[in-house]
Design a protein around this ligand. Structure first.
Ligand code: HEM
Ligand code: SF4
Ligand code: SF4
Length: 434
């Protein structure tokens, strides 16, 4: 009875805390500007099924892809077990779903194989990061918290799955002893390999271990849930909507600014019908996170920090300062800072900082050649390039701040109607005979 009450309190507090922190992330994302991604729902569902559920872009790098599928499938399916744990916890029952008989045995056996898969996947990921030290995990933008975060997640998942297997093993041993309420239920193809370790333990120790692992497993899951909003691991929830709301336009198609298009239309034809300019003057591009769209902000929280974008980026490969992964990480860090500012003051109070300048430098932005290799490589269809372009647009259109080579080109376009330094009158000189 007491343990049921304690369990229910932990569950409710954990659920409430997660709801509160996830709501803050939602609020932060909605600080972004509106963008309509409600079109073409059938294509969006297809894309989400393929890329997020089907992991199609993950397997482009086969080792990471296959290991991730082990983690992903294992984690999602094993969590069905949590349903039983919650019912048992609240009502003080034990293996309440065992009435399903043979199907229950099949489920428990599958969970055990999947748990083994998760452990293997996590160990491989851990080794790639910490022993082989793959180059894409060594960049300096991962120094400090991001690197620790990745390791904490992998270690926690191994611990959670190990607790699950030890719980099953000790439960099985108690079942064979016919002890108390440990009814014969489940099939344990993986955890029974641990039998030699626990076989000689006294019944009391087995019960303590089984209960200990049961509590560790469920409290670990609740703690893990509450860790998600502070971690790149939030992608396990956001990857699905982030892919659904992907940019469906062909890569390389940039958005024309309606206000500029209208001005050009009027220049070409003063009688053209265009909507009147808005009362409040438009701001071009983005200086801070609030100037980006909600989808760009969602991308920032979804980024898994895998670095596939950066390792495909020609600017990065040729030693330039730019890393598209850092662009999204900076966006998330600044957004988190803005969120904390709102929490402290009720609404955002100018802190004299901005994404452009304090987090991302002009040198990084101008190193991008807009090739789209980053968006192509991203397994979650995120779009760091769009953030780069919006920050650049601010620099050019609001600050008139562009590299000299570009300024020369802008002047030529303005004066000569072409990027080159020749008068329009000389344009056909190339065709003259002499
Ligand atoms: C829902 C269950 C999911 C779980 C439990 C999960 C788990 C993980 C874990 C533990 C890692 C860390 C690997 C590392 O940092 O070394 C990871 C990385 C990653 N996840 Fe997920 N994930 C899930 C869903 C998804 C989905 C739906 C996508 C969308 C495609 C996705 C994309 C990624 C990517 C791109 C990485 C980086 C992989 C790399 O380093 O190459 N994940 N995931
Ligand atoms: S679009 Fe820019 S950031 Fe992306 S890969 Fe190309 S150069 Fe790098
Ligand atoms: S933007 Fe995509 S490819 Fe780049 S680090 Fe984030 S998840 Fe990986």
């Amino acid at each position: 009875m007491i343990s049921s009450i304690i369990f229910t309190i932990i569950l409710l507090c954990g659920g409430y805390l997660f709801y509160k922190n996830a709501s803050k992330i939602r609020r932060n994302v909605l600080l972004g500007k509106e963008i309509d991604r409600s079109d073409n729902s059938s294509e969006r569902w297809k894309l989400m099924t393929l890329v997020a559920i089907g992991q199609s872009k993950m397997v482009v790098r086969p080792i990471a892809g296959i290991m991730h599928i082990l983690l992903y499938a294992g984690f999602v399916i094993i969590n069905i077990e949590v349903i039983e744990i919650v019912i048992d916890g609240i009502f003080g029952t034990h293996r309440v779903l065992s009435f399903m008989g043979g199907f229950y045995n099949f489920l428990i056996a599958s969970f055990e194989w999947l748990a083994l898969g998760v452990i293997v996947g996590c160990v491989v990921f851990f080794v790639r990061r910490n022993v082989i030290k793959l180059q894409r995990f060594m960049s300096k933008e991962l120094d400090g918290w991001p690197r620790s975060d990745a390791n904490y997640i992998l270690i926690t998942e191994v611990l959670l799955m190990s607790a699950f297997l030890i719980m099953n093993c000790t439960d099985h041993l108690l079942q064979t002893k016919g002890y108390d309420h440990y009814i014969n239920a489940g099939s344990f193809p993986v955890s029974s390999l641990l039998n030699p370790i626990f076989n000689n333990m006294s019944t009391e120790s087995l019960v303590m271990l089984e209960r200990g692992c049961w509590w560790f497993h469920i409290i670990g899951i609740i703690a893990f849930l509450n860790y998600l909003p502070y971690s790149k691991h939030f992608h396990i929830l956001l990857a699905f909507p982030a892919v659904y709301f992907s940019n469906l336009k062909p890569k390389g198609a940039f958005n024309n600014l309606t206000s500029v298009t209208n001005e050009v239309k009027l220049m070409l034809d003063p009688n053209a019908t265009v909507p009147p300019p808005p009362e409040t003057p438009l701001k071009f591009g983005a200086k801070d996170v609030m100037d980006l769209t909600w989808k760009q902000l969602m991308d920032a929280y979804t980024c898994t920090e895998c670095g596939r974008c950066t390792s495909s980026c020609p600017a990065n490969q040729t030693g330039k300062l730019l890393s598209p992964r850092k662009i999204l990480m900076d966006t998330r860090d600044r957004l988190t800072e803005v969120g904390k500012n709102i929490d402290a003051n009720g609404s955002f109070v100018d802190d004299g900082k901005s994404l452009l300048g304090n987090y991302i430098t002009e040198e990084e932005l101008w190193a991008c050649n807009t090739c789209n290799a980053c968006t192509e490589a991203c397994p979650v269809n995120l779009d760091p390039l769009s953030v780069i372009m919006d920050l650049r647009q601010f620099l050019v259109m609001e600050k008139s701040s562009a590299p000299n080579a570009l300024n020369a080109m802008f002047t030529n376009i303005e004066n000569n109607g072409a990027p080159w330094q020749f008068s329009p009158a000389d344009r056909l000189n190339w065709a003259s005979e002499d």
